[in-house]
Design a binder for this molecule. Structure first.
Ligand SMILES: [Zn+2]
Length: 253
């Protein structure tokens, strides 16, 4: 990297904490670095594939062709985080540079988080991102849904209970057999977190089956073939997303 040029995401990595602080001094520096990682040959609109865009004041890329605005963090672990990228970058540096592992308490102290749960969730997200490269993502036909574990019985939508919401993604092959499975505890049920989860664990070329919830419609915009399965098209509730249903009942047992 030249003295005057910016570090390039995917090519340059800081060697020392001093260098790290200099490179990622503010939010814009982090965004430029991420953009280099995400679009090494320049911006590509995820909606229409066009390569021309304007940068907006809110740090988005607005496609010159279709007008859709894209955030460099869309589909990443940073997406919709209320915390700035520079804080995430510090957390990543910390997690990657500690040879003996990192605790949620350590992360909480470093970042000054009020809650242990927040630090735990961050650490969890980072570890997951680090152990799961793209080649490990589910492919083909994948069912995605939520289930609830433990505690007393939930209401119909799972609200108002102390059960733990679990996000489930299940690969199905042509013979309807179950392939690989991804499970994760959700922070809150029935939220866009489930769409994020799907994006993290499933290849963008896959076909994703979900229930008819409106939020899943955005999967199509994110490059997936989305097949909503509703109880109108399936004879009974267990026939809606049968792979997820099976995994869920095995988990409960
Ligand atoms: Zn576009």
């Amino acid at each position: 990297m030249g003295e005057a040029s910016r570090p390039v995401g995917g090519m340059d990595y800081p060697r020392t904490y001093q260098e790290f602080r200099e490179w990622f001094a503010d939010e814009d520096a982090c965004i430029e670095y991420l953009a280099g990682l995400r679009w090494p040959d320049g911006f590509v609109c995820p909606h229409c594939g066009c390569g021309r865009a304007w940068r907006t004041a809110r740090r988005l890329w607005m496609c010159a062709e279709c007008g859709v605005k894209t955030s460099v963090t869309a589909g990443t672990i940073f997406h919709r985080s209320h915390t700035g990228l520079s804080t995430w970058f510090v957390a990543i540096w910390f997690v990657c540079s500690q040879k003996n592992g990192v605790s949620a308490q350590g992360l909480q102290r470093l970042l000054g988080f009020g809650s242990y749960e927040t630090a735990w969730a961050w650490l969890h997200k980072l570890r997951r991102a680090m152990v799961r490269p793209d080649r490990d993502r589910l492919a083909g036909i994948v069912e995605v849904d939520e289930s609830f574990l433990g505690g007393r019985s939930p209401g119909r939508d799972g609200s108002g209970s102390d059960k733990t919401p679990i996000m489930i993604a299940v690969e199905r092959d042509d013979q309807h057999r179950i392939g690989r499975i991804r499970l994760e505890v959700a922070e809150a049920p029935g939220t866009l977190e489930l769409v994020d989860f799907a994006c993290e664990v499933i290849e963008p070329s896959a076909t994703v089956r979900t229930d008819g919830a409106r939020m899943f419609r955005r999967l199509a915009k994110l490059g997936y073939t989305h097949q909503p399965v509703t109880s109108y098209t399936a004879p009974d509730i267990t026939a809606v997303l049968p792979g997820v249903h099976l995994v869920s009942s095995l988990l409960k047992r």
